[in-house]
Each structure stands twice: as C-alpha cells, then as structure tokens.
Design a protein around this ligand. Structure first.
Ligand code: CP3
Length: 395
C-alpha cells in the first residue's frame, strides 16, 4: 500500500526556530522542506535509523542534524494491540504483567516488532515504585489505580520509605538491559518515572481523581505534610532515573500528568522546585542523559516547564506546535502535540496532521509523538500508517 505524498507547499525558510537542548551542539540549519518517500522505502530504512553510537531519537534531542524526526507513541505498548489483549487473557493482573521481567520485555517489544518506532518505552507504570516505598497499590480493571491507604496525615507520610530500585524492582533493570540487547541502537530504549506532584496526587486521592480535592485540601491547609511527601518522591525518583540509566535507558521521560491541575503559582510551589531538584540531581551523575517532561493540559504553564531544566518538553494537542515552540524558547527540544484522536481519522487526515506538525516543529530538536497516550480502540492499521508516514519524511 503506497502512501501519497502530501501536497507540500512549504516555504523555503522554516516557520520555526529550532529548539536545542541547553547542552546540545550548535543550532542547525533551518527546515527547507519536508519530503516523504514511498512506504516501502520508509520501512526498509527503518533498521538504519540509528547509528552504532547513538539512536536517532537521542541525536534529535541533542539538537544534532538528523534526516527526519524520530517517532514513538506514549503508551505505545498496551490495550489497542491485539497481541497485548491476548496476553492479558493469560495474565489478567496488571501488576503481574508489569512486574515479571519476561512479560515486561515481551510487552515492550510488541510495538517494536510491528511498527519499529524510534523509541521503545519500558512497559511499566509510574506507580510501580509505590510498594517499595511502603505504599501498597493495585490497578483494577475498569477502575484504574487504587491506593488502599491514602496518605493524608503527617503520620502516614512518615511511614513512606525512600525507594531503593535494585531491591524492589530488579526486574526493571533486567528488562532494560534485555531491551537494549534486543533493540541495539536501532531505537532508543526509554525509561520513565512519575513526577512528585502526580505521584502524590494518586497517593493522597487514593486513585484517579476528577476534582483533586484531597490533595488540594492538604496543599492548602497543611502544606508541610505535602512538601514532606513531595521530597520523598523527589529523592526516590531521582535515584530511580539513575538506576534506569545505569541499566540501559537512553532517555527518561518524567510524567507530571496532573501538575496542570495547579495554578501557575501553586505549580511553582508544589511541582516545579521538585522537578528541578530531580533534574539537577540526575545531571550531577548522568550529565548526558536526555530528560523529557510531559504534563497534559500544560498550555497555561508552558513557559514554566523548561525552567525545570529538562531537554525536551512534550506538548499535548491543546497548543499550536509553532506557538508552543515560541513559548518554550530555543533551549529546549519539543515532542508530541498530535491529538491521539487523529488516529481514529482517515489515513489522509492522519498524514496531513503529521506533516503539519513536522512543518511547525521544524528540523531541529523535534520528536514526533502524540499529545497524550494512545487510546484504547485505536485501529492498529492507523498506527502502522502513522509510523510509515512519519518514517518516510525527510527534512
Ligand atoms: O507508554 C508506554 O507504553 C509505557 C507504559 C505506561 C503505562 N503507564 C502502562 C499502563 C506508561 C508510560 C504509564 C504512565 C502512567 N501511568 C501515567 C502517566 C501518563 C498519563 O497517562 O498521563 C499515569 C497517570 C499512570 C497511572 C495509570 N496507570 C492510569 C491512569 C492507568 C489507566 C487505568 C485504566 O484502567 O484505564 C494505569 C494503568 C495502565 N498503565 C495501563 C497501561 C497500559 C492500562 C491497564 C492495562 O493495560 O491493563
């Protein structure tokens, strides 16, 4: 099946100013055009997207000259895939699927085998470290995450332990090592953690929340208790990122999914300082590890997100990519922005949105991705189309 090239009428000078990481090389030439090649060509070149030294995704984040934007999807392993659904029948418990090294590797590789994305994200969850911190949890079908004893008092927070990854999640390190062996540098192996405020939201609310009343009650009446909890998550997640990097993760994404429930002033008190502390701590020991920050609904906070010091900010789809770029500034790369709902559209529409996003993001420091996780029910053939078109692009 061939993919029609889009009617590109791109200006010869780029719409954008390319971002680059604070520690990246010099800014590259601007986008002159976006080309697409035939699907067969795109698939054939997939294996050579990375180099022996560095995967394409890492090069792009570092602001190096690359031939096309790397592409991966948030939640790319999971329920939209038939192979995952079949595996869930054999292993119905999420915690079993995500805490057994063989299953973690198998599930992480399911999308890699079919779509050859440029990033292979570890199959796990932001909540996976919680039992190691003395916070029991489960993910219940139809309900989502459940924290059995929500943390709402000083006494409860005092019981929270610092996380020692090698002791509590050795399967994560083993899985990352195995993924590196499997994927080589044809794609980047990606680790991830939850940001302190987002983890605290789950633990204080007791699970997913609509109104975030419990955590706000704590934040706005007994802030010292919340700060104590946030500090514990900060120290623990900084260590967890280092552990993931030491075991093969080539970039790590920090999910602060719920930070945008905070007003800018409250974000500056309850999220940003902790994000910055994590980044500073990781930089001390792992100065070259690319860090990506994602917060959904972050339009009102965009200018503040790069203050965390991360290399990449992942945008949702509520902001225009070109405007987002401008607001983020030139020192940070950009990821995301395609509405996950686009993958329910026609193939032509999907192609068009990819080209629009790539054109607006420009040829420096861009990682193509969705603006949030891929949705359950997304047709796998549309996902295949997304990757084919994306990998056929040439700057
Ligand atoms: O991207 C990937 O493919 C890696 C896997 C991954 C999962 N969770 C697997 C998972 C990642 C990166 C996460 C991160 C995560 N987990 C976030 C941050 C991203 C975001 O969506 O904002 C959050 C907030 C969580 C907490 C969590 N875990 C939620 C809200 C849910 C969904 C509950 C539900 O049933 O809908 C989970 C469970 C979960 N984690 C699933 C997957 C694939 C779905 C359950 C399943 O497959 O059985």
């Amino acid at each position: 099946m061939a993919t029609a090239c889009p009617p590109l009428s791109l200006p010869s000078t780029s719409l954008l100013r390319g971002g680059r990481s604070a520690r990246a090389g010099p800014r590259r030439r601007q986008l002159s055009a976006v080309r697409c090649s035939a699907v067969g060509e795109a698939v054939a070149e997939a294996a050579s997207a990375g180099t022996a030294e560095e995967p394409l995704l890492v090069s792009a984040i570092r602001g190096k000259k690359v031939e096309r934007p790397p592409v991966w999807l948030m939640r790319q392993a999971g329920r939209y895939m038939k192979s995952y659904q079949l595996l869930c029948e054999r292993y119905p418990k999420f915690r079993e699927r995500s805490e057994n090294v063989d299953l973690v590797v198998e599930i992480s590789l399911q999308p890699w085998k079919v779509f050859k994305p440029d990033g292979v994200i570890l199959f796990s969850d932001i909540l996976t470290p919680l039992p190691g911190m003395n916070i029991p949890f489960d993910i219940v079908k139809g309900k989502g995450p459940v924290i059995y004893d929500p943390l709402r008092t000083a006494a409860a927070v005092n019981e929270v332990r610092e996380f020692v990854p090698e002791e509590w999640v050795p399967y994560v390190g083993q899985a990352l090592n195995l993924l590196r062996q499997e994927v080589k540098n044809e794609a980047a192996v990606l680790g991830f953690v939850g940001a302190p405020f987002t983890l605290a939201s789950y633990c204080v609310e007791g699970g997913s929340s609509k109104n975030f009343t419990m955590i706000k009650k704590l934040a706005f009446s007994e802030p010292a208790i919340l700060h104590n909890l946030l500090q514990k998550f900060t120290t623990s997640m900084a260590n967890y990122i280092k552990y993931q990097a030491d075991n093969g993760a080539q970039a790590v994404q920090i999910f602060d999914s719920w930070a945008t429930e905070l007003s800018p002033a409250d974000f500056e008190e309850f999220s940003l300082p902790y994000l910055k502390q994590i980044v500073d701590s990781v930089r001390e020991t792992h100065p070259d590890l690319p860090l990506i920050l994602y917060a959904s609904g972050s339009g009102g906070l965009l200018e503040r997100l790069p203050l965390s010091g991360v290399d990449v900010v992942s945008l949702d789809w509520m902001v225009d990519m070109a405007e987002g770029r401008k607001r983020l500034g030139a020192n940070v790369a950009v990821q995301g922005n395609v509405d996950p709902g686009v993958l329910f559209g026609s193939k032509e529409f999907i192609s068009k949105r990819i080209y629009d996003t790539v054109q607006k993001a420009g040829n420096v420091g861009h990682v193509l991705n969705l603006g949030h996780g891929i949705k359950v029910g997304t047709p796998e053939e549309n996902v295949a189309h997304f990757f084919e078109v994306a990998k056929g692009i040439r700057y």
